[in-house]
Design a protein around this ligand. Structure first.
Ligand SMILES: [Ca+2]
Ligand SMILES: [Ca+2]
Ligand SMILES: [Ca+2]
Length: 172
């Protein structure tokens, strides 16, 4: 198992906040399936937790709990292969640039087509950042090209989206 996944493993240990950077749905699915260690086509909470440990999650128990909450449609406390696993995989894959742009635009709460620091900070918090103040600061360094303390929609938002995309945020 270790050997098969060595190529992906090296890619997990980036300095991103979340670990699933650059993993596609198929790779994530494969990893979850490998952690069905009793081969019953069902992921128990413990198996899921081990998978999230492997994926480099900061708090694997929390991720496992969230994953079950999100994907366990029949409410038996486990994730069955099939629809439930599909749901889990989709929620574990990183958000696309398009999805991130939509999220940032939603946080333009006063609809002036400009994001204030406060609005960007709320967006990073929503995305699950543990350090939204820092992310906002770095985001502005990357994206506030004209230095007016706001992110204008257009080129500046594009740059903010690209910065956030590199951090590998996921749905859950
Ligand atoms: Ca199992
Ligand atoms: Ca279930
Ligand atoms: Ca600006």
């Amino acid at each position: 198992m270790e050997k098969d996944l060595s190529f992906t493993k090296s890619r997990f240990h980036t300095n991103s906040e979340k670990a699933s950077v650059a993993l596609c749905e198929n790779e994530i699915r494969e990893i979850f399936m490998l952690f069905d260690t009793d081969h019953n086509y069902v992921l128990s909470k413990e198996e899921l937790e081990n998978a999230f440990v492997y994926l480099g999650a900061m708090i694997p128990a929390l991720r496992a709990w969230r994953g079950i909450n999100h994907a366990d449609t029949n409410r038996n406390g486990q994730v069955e292969f099939g629809d439930e696993l599909d749901k889990l995989v989709k929620a574990s894959v990183t958000l696309s640039e398009h999805q991130l742009r939509e999220i940032f635009m939603q946080f333009d709460e006063d609809h002036d087509n400009v994001l204030s620091e406060e609005e960007v900070k709320k967006a990073f918090t929503y995305l699950g950042s543990r350090i939204p103040d820092f992310r906002t600061l770095r985001g502005f360094n990357h994206a506030d090209v004209n230095g007016n303390g706001k992110i204008e929609f257009g080129d500046e938002l594009d740059k903010l989206v690209k910065y956030a995309f590199k951090l590998g945020y996921t749905v859950m």
